[in-house]
Structure formats: C-alpha cells, structure tokens
Ligand binder design. Sequence first.
Ligand SMILES: C[S@@+](CC[C@H](N)C(=O)[O-])C[C@H]1O[C@@H](n2cnc3c(N)ncnc32)[C@H](O)[C@@H]1O
Length: 383
Amino acid sequence: MRSKDRRPGSRPQDRDAKARPGAKPKGNARAAGNRPGEQRRSDGAETKAAFRKSASRETPRMADAEAALPARTLKTRSGERPTERVPVILETPGAGDFHLIDSGNQLKLEQYGDVRIVRPEGQALWTPSLAPHVWEKVDAVFTGDTDEEGTGRWRFPLNALGETWPLNLLDVDFHGRFTSFRHVGVFPEQIVHWSWMKNEIEKAGRPLKVLNLFGYTGVASLVAARAGAEVTHVDASKKAIGWGRENQQLSRLDRAPIRWICEDAMKFIQREERRGSRYDIILTDPPKFGRGPNGEVWHLFDHLPVMLDICRELLSKEARGLVLTAYSIRASFYSIHELMREIMRGAGGVVESGELVIRETGLSGDERGRALSTSLFSRWVPK
Ligand SMILES: C[S@@+](CC[C@H](N)C(=O)[O-])C[C@H]1O[C@@H](n2cnc3c(N)ncnc32)[C@H](O)[C@@H]1O
C-alpha cells in the first residue's frame, strides 16, 4: 500500500497540514478566522478563566508543551484483538448535489449543486479525460496553492459569486463555502461513513448517541440528527461551530438534539470519561496538526493513541462503531488499523481499514471513471 502524505489538493507535508481548517495559521487575517481562539464557555467545562490563569504563569512555550501532553496515558488492554477486514476501499460515486466529474494534471473538476469547481488535487497524476474547454467553463477555480500563508484565492471566470451557496447531501441542507483553505465546507468522500451511520441510527429502534469529534461544519452531525440521533459535535473553531449552527437552521433541524461544543477535542473527551458519559457511535476526523481554543496543541502522531483509547472508554455497551479518518499523514492504513485493533482488544467485533475514494462519474454523473484516493480510515464495528 502506497503511503498517503497529502490531503486532496493539498501541499506536501507540514505546509499541507497548515492549510487545513483548524490547522495552525501563520498570522494573516483570513487564516486567523479559522484559528479557534475566541472560545465561548462550553457545557460544564472547567472554567476557561482558571485555565488561562494557570497557563499565564507559564512561559508560552511551557504552556504549549504542557497542553501538548495528554493527561491520560494508555490503558493496558488484554483479550483478543478484533478480527480484521483489510484492505477495505470505501468508494462513493457522489450523492445528492455532489459528484466528481473528472481529474488529472493534479487538479480535480467537481460539481457541487449549481457550482462547478476546479481545485488542486495532488493525487491526480494522470491526464484529464475531458477536453480543456470543459475545464475552462467553470464557476470557480482555486488559485491560492502557492501561498505560503495558507490563504487561498478563488477566481470566478463566469460570474462573481458570493461566499456561500446552497447544497444538499443525504437529506441535509447546508452551505457550500469558498474557504481560504481551498475547502468548500464539506468532505464528500465521507458520504460512505455518513450513509453507514445513517443506516445504523435508523435501524437502532432507539435514539443513538453520536459523538462527532473535529466535526467542522457539522454535515455529519446533521445527517445523524436527521436520522434520529442525539448528537454531540465538538470543534475548536468558533467559526466552524457558527457554520454548523447555520447549517442546522438551513436543514430545518433547529429542534434536533445537537450540542455544539467549541472546545479542544482531547479535553472534552477526557472530561466525558471522568463523567462516565457513553456514546453509541463516535466519528473522529482529526487533522495532522491543530489547536484547541486555548492554544492546546493537537499532533496526530503524538495524541492519536490516547485519543482512541479514551474513545473506547466512551463507547456504550451497545455501541455501533468507532470511525477514524486520517488525512495528510505520511502513513499506511495499517498504522491506524493496528492501533485500532490494539485499542479494541477484548471488545470482539471487527476492525476494517483502508481508504476512502471518490469515483469520477463524468459530466452526466452516471459514468464510471477513475478512482481518486482521498484519505485513510479505520473503523471498529461490533460485527
Ligand atoms: C478537516 S476538519 C474535519 C472535517 C469533518 N469531519 C467533515 O468531514 O466534514 C478538522 C477540524 O478539526 C478542528 N480542530 C483542529 N484542532 C482541534 C482541536 N484541538 N480540538 C477540536 N477540534 C479541532 C478544526 O477546527 C476543523 O474544523
């Protein structure tokens, strides 16, 4: 298996990580909007004031180092590792308003509702199938890929467009959004996980509890809520939480039980563990590098094992799954697969791991073109 070191359309390695939502910005106005720095007090959190007070006694470097260390260490697990299914390639041909039309020359041509977009795509090493004039007649082109600071620019060759436009996926309405990080407010390759989750929730016969960690603009949370789950959505970015709430209204799910929590994911789950909270489904989509609202540092390679270990403790007795996706890391899916199996020792069930891919479906949306790899995943399910 080839190693994956790039998120779709991203730049290599560290620069790439900084270009993701929630990744460490480097001091420019637009990127700062994405830095989750201005947190409101979240439910039951230890007071931020107390945290700031203790943090202020440290030099910034020490405070960072302390924040980087998870307070919790790995538990020793015994019992058999869950059986395994590998490699699993979870493929989407698109759904609702999204499909991948074509790709090539390290670019991708995508349809998001009425908006046709060209974005960088490092994995598309081949030549496009469609003629250049098709690629030229698009609504938006991301042109910011050479900018060190991570701010991107969009060009609108046909008509000037606003920052957002309406989209629908899996019965959920939300805003597509031209972000300065080249993302558009949704990662459509996740449709496969969301469809699986929707199905689990609908057939459960009781309201499942779903925890969506690093939940971004909340599309997964809305899919879960629409299907009847009680949802806890955690993200460090106040802006992303705001977009999530906006999407909740757009989807007319205002009354649905969704808790929007702007907090560092590790802090939140550690507190949930102390409280004895339980969830039936946990989705976690951590970036390679990120920061919590109070400067807490998230490094995937340092913190993922303990994060998964805590997530295991948070799974209910009748849990339906623990789903991890990993973008932008230089690793094989086996690295997260074997970690998941170790963490889930003694739990029975199956760990299935592999890649999420999007299939090109041409201009019509019905053809079968090439498969574009987007991320690694590993998921534990009880059977
Ligand atoms: C790529 S997004 C997740 C995408 C989402 N799951 C989806 O499929 O639409 C990563 C998110 O992690 C958030 N984040 C980064 N560091 C964090 C931290 N320490 N705690 C909580 N959220 C964090 C960012 O704000 C960003 O919204």
